[in-house]
Design a protein around this ligand. Structure first.
Ligand SMILES: *Cc1c(COP(=O)(O)O)cnc(C)c1O
Length: 383
């Protein structure tokens, strides 16, 4: 093996996929309720995105941000129009999008301090690892980047009591994804927004997992009528083409002037083609309306059928971002589900996370429910 063992990989290979279904190298089929961790929001190999990339492949692949890239402008427009923000900056991942947000907030305010929350996840680069409120992510890497402070998540009074003066930003996930599919309370989010307005700290929302339609609106903050200064997006943004973006309000423009920040690959023509095709499909009222209808249907069934089972604590989530909290180790269930033909992912040790494509069918939701019911009804002991 020639790879650093940075991942705990399941012992099988996915060879092909279409829509919600993937097939492994032995021909076995699975319903993919992981979607590459909230990436394949339009399912595997959506034709609109494939055609857009193919069309771009025949023109030019990469030119550098030294030149005009009209398709990047179009992708930016989709992003800013749907989010109510003014400008976008493209990069290649969620961590890089958060890096851009952190750099912009520091430069704009002239302050260093960034407030984030316990159990948050913001990425693996040095700044975003420092922003992440989980010791297990930071362990062994030495002195973290100053100055990050972690407040308890969903603690409205901790935010209200915060001496926010001198902070560059408060950065939060609307639903903590890696932290366990934990939704922020509206009052908590409003308290952050208020504190930012009072102190001049920028309000940054990390939508890397919750954006691109995942929760049933273009971005999750829109469920709460918030007005963040900056949002970040990646994962589902390019349907599997690696791309990230940061979007911010117009008044931040001066702080990201020419030469202040950049990325060789960021928003190159291929990535921009993927973003444009993805967002113009997802950010349609009818599309998102259907996502919400399917979500309501599925959440109701999950709650009715699973919450009564021994060992199942709670079913929660929004749109197609769903967590099932269990009493014992969730990994055992994830293995059993896979054996039964359903791919799911952990969100912390006790939560089974389901991230089906937004295009999942009712029939596939019904099939998944039956598999979940079967596996969660069966007790098995840890080995
Ligand atoms: C996945 C994730 C990131 C990191 O994204 P990468 O593309 O892996 O760098 C950051 N924030 C949140 C909320 C995420 O879910």
């Amino acid at each position: 093996m020639s790879l650093f063992p940075t991942y705990n990989r399941f012992p099988f290979t996915i060879e092909s996929g279409e829509g919600t279904v993937v097939r492994d190298d032995s021909g076995k089929e699975y319903l993919d309720f992981v979607s590459g961790i909230a990436v394949c929001n339009l399912g595997h190999r959506p034709l609109v995105v494939q055609e857009a990339i193919e069309e771009q492949l025949k023109k030019v692949w990469h030119v550098s941000n030294l030149y005009q890239i009209p398709i990047q402008e179009e992708a930016a427009q989709l992003l800013t129009e749907a989010s109510g923000l003014d400008y976008a900056f493209f990069c290649n991942s969620g961590a890089e999008a958060n890096e851009a947000a952190i750099k912009l907030a520091r430069k704009h305010t002239g302050n260093d301090k960034i407030i984030t929350f316990k159990q948050s996840f913001h990425g693996r680069t040095f700044a975003t690892m420092s922003a992440t409120g989980q010791e297990k992510i930071q362990e062994g890497f030495g002195t973290l980047l100053p100055t990050f402070e972690y407040l308890p998540f969903n603690d409205e009074s901790a935010v209200a009591e915060l001496m926010g003066e001198g902070a560059a930003a408060i950065m939060v996930e609307v639903i903590q994804g890696e932290g366990g599919v934990i939704e922020a309370d509206e009052a908590f989010l409003k308290a952050i927004e208020k504190k930012c307005a009072e102190t001049g700290a920028l309000f940054i929302i990390d939508e890397v997992q919750t954006g691109a339609g995942r929760t049933g609106s273009p971005f999750a903050f829109q469920h709460y009528g918030l007005s963040p200064d900056i949002i970040t997006s990646a994962k589902g943004l390019g349907s599997g083409f690696p791309v990230g973006a940061m979007a911010g309000k117009a008044y931040l423009k001066e702080s990201f002037s020419a030469g202040s920040h950049g990325s060789t690959f960021g928003g190159n023509p291929l990535a921009s083609a993927a973003v444009k095709a993805t967002l113009s499909t997802i950010f349609k009222d009818q599309f998102l309306h259907e996502v919400n209808e399917k979500s309501t249907y599925f959440m109701k069934l999950l709650k009715e059928n699973l919450e009564g089972l021994p060992g199942v604590m709670e079913v929660r989530g929004k749109g197609m971002m769903i967590g099932i909290e269990v009493e014992s180790e969730a990994i055992e269930y994830v293995h059993k589900l896979r054996e039964n033909g359903l791919l799911a992912v952990l969100a912390g040790p006790k939560v089974i996370r389901l991230l089906p494509p937004l295009t999942v069918s009712y029939q596939e939701l019904d099939q998944a429910l039956q598999l979940l019911k079967k596996v969660l009804s069966t007790e098995f002991s840890r080995t």
